[in-house]
Design a protein around this ligand. Structure first.
Ligand SMILES: NC(=O)c1ccc[n+]([C@@H]2O[C@H](COP(=O)([O-])OP(=O)(O)OC[C@H]3O[C@@H](n4cnc5c(N)ncnc54)[C@H](OP(=O)(O)O)[C@@H]3O)[C@@H](O)[C@H]2O)c1
Length: 247
């Protein structure tokens, strides 16, 4: 592991760190010398990942987190703040994508996407913003999607949540002079995203596309690491990272 100066080392909270992009981001940022605080529901995975990072010489701790609960998100952030005395960066990454046409009326899954992708992102902001405002510094990285830039059939609700994440990020950016706001929008990326819920046939198509040309999660982690690594007066606002072969 590299060891940057203490001044460059940040306390970084990552939601959805138990797999995919969140896990890769944790590895990348720890390798960059940051202290990562891992959150998700599958605590056994977080424990194993934090252990691996520490064995490799990095710094990591973890906590159970359900981003659909404001209490849970606040408790996660407060524990990190008490332990480390500050929160430099929040990576709002937790997300779900159960795809289906609107006609299928999978209303519970619509609500799940709204709760995790949109409310969860807002809850993350609510939990860290007062600390960042009090210090006059901080960085919020919201993971959106290429689905925040274009709409496709079967992804209407997913796209709606991701467009909303971009919109609220832009609003937060405009309201902030002290806090950096970054939206990272991945295209097809290898992860567990297509493994959960949705219309089985639709999910199978998405999974096949992922297997065919998805980029590794580390490619998105690199983009997040780049944005975090810029000087404090440089705010990288939007990064779109997708496979070269993606249409
Ligand atoms: N993979 C892609 O092609 C792609 C493309 C564009 C955007 N994205 C976005 O990238 C982000 C990460 O997804 P991924 O591709 O890495 O998929 P993934 O491997 O399925 O990871 C999703 C993460 O979100 C967490 N999560 C889900 N519900 C949660 C909840 N209620 N509370 C806390 N954590 C929760 C999961 O952890 P637990 O289940 O352990 O809680 C998991 O760590 C998502 O926002 C996704 O929309 C992915």
């Amino acid at each position: 592991m590299s060891s940057p100066s203490t001044a460059d080392s940040k306390i970084v909270l990552i939601t959805g760190a138990s797999s995919g992009i969140g896990e890769a981001t944790a590895r990348r940022l720890a390798a960059d010398g940051h202290h990562v605080v891992l959150g998700a529901r599958r605590v056994d995975r977080l424990e194993a990942l934090a252990g691996e990072i520490r064995t490799a010489g990095g710094r990591a701790d973890h906590g159970e987190l359900d981003v659909t609960s404001l209490d849970s998100v606040r408790a996660f952030a407060e524990t990190a703040h008490e332990r480390h005395g500050r929160i430099d960066v929040l990576v709002n990454n937790a997300g779900v994508m159960p795809l289906s046409t609107i006609d299928a009326l999978r209303v519970d899954e619509w609500n799940q996407m709204i709760d995790v992708n949109l409310r969860g992102t807002l809850y993350g902001i609510a939990a860290v913003l007062p600390h960042m405002r009090a210090r006059g510094a901080g960085h919020i990285v919201n993971v959106a999607s290429t689905s925040a830039h274009r709409v496709d059939p079967t992804a209407a609700v997913y796209c709606a949540t991701k467009y909303a994440v971009r919109a609220l990020s832009e609003g937060l950016r405009q309201e902030s002079r002290d806090i950096r706001v970054t939206v990272v929008s991945p295209g097809f990326t290898r992860s567990e995203l297509t493994d959960h819920g949705g219309d089985p046939e639709t999910q199978a198509v998405a999974r096949a596309a992922m297997e065919q040309f998805a980029i590794p999660a580390s490619a998105v982690a690199d983009a997040i690491g780049y944005a975090i690594g810029r000087p404090g007066d440089v705010d990288v606002n939007e990064l779109v990272v997708r496979p070269t072969a993606q249409g």
